[in-house]
Design a protein around this ligand. Structure first.
Ligand SMILES: Nc1ncnc2c1ncn2[C@@H]1O[C@H](COP(=O)(O)OP(=O)(O)OP(=O)(O)O)[C@@H](O)[C@H]1O
Ligand SMILES: [Mg+2]
Length: 164
């Protein structure tokens, strides 16, 4: 388990880019953290570094969005917020073995999907300010996040994610 302090949204995108460089087909990354924690920001940087087609935005209304790549496995970006179990996730018929899969709100919903996954928990240590976390002005401000990285299974044994 590693804890990284990520000071800005740009640094969060860069962290996604760093992880992207080691990802191969079959890899599964679970992102946990409250609304506005930075899960999609991380995934945007990850997708950019993978050179995916199409902008990475929140897949909330489609549950899962596949971003093809010219040379390599596609990025499948899942928003599991409204899924309640691994069975629901399984129903999406994602080609886990042939894709790089990033699941927002994946905590507790990955049982039996694969034997290995990387889990990132994003936390705003300063807590929620007075406004709603969905307040555009509020969310736009850079503010540190703590990212806890936990490895699960043989694929990620001994792996350490470091911030650039
Ligand atoms: N250190 C930081 N890391 C990541 N995002 C940050 C940071 N500081 C400020 N932000 C801002 O916080 C917001 C994070 O929003 P984002 O959509 O990535 O969150 P999310 O976890 O995907 O939320 P949701 O659960 O609604 O999908 C962005 O507006 C981003 O610019
Ligand atoms: Mg999101």
């Amino acid at each position: 388990m590693t804890v990284l302090e990520i000071a800005t949204a740009d640094a969060m995108e860069a962290l996604g880019g760093t992880l992207a460089s080691v990802l191969v087909a079959g890899d599964l990354v679970a992102l946990n953290g409250e609304l506005g924690a930075g899960k999609t920001t991380f995934t945007r940087g990850l997708g950019a570094a993978l050179g995916v087609r199409g902008a990475v935005t929140s897949p909330t209304f489609v549950l899962a969005r596949t971003h093809p790549r010219v040379d390599g496995p596609p990025l499948v970006h899942v928003d599991a917020y409204r899924l309640s179990s691994a069975a629901d996730l399984d129903d999406l018929d994602i080609d886990f073995a042939g894709s790089i899969v990033v699941v927002e709100w994946g905590a507790g919903k990955l049982d039996g999907i694969t034997d290995s996954w990387l889990e990132l928990d994003l936390v705003r240590p300063v807590g929620r300010a007075a406004g709603s976390p969905l307040d555009a002005e509020y969310l736009g401000d850079d503010e540190p996040r703590l990212v806890t990285v936990t490895t699960h299974g043989p694929r990620w044994d001994g792996f350490t994610l470091t911030a650039a």
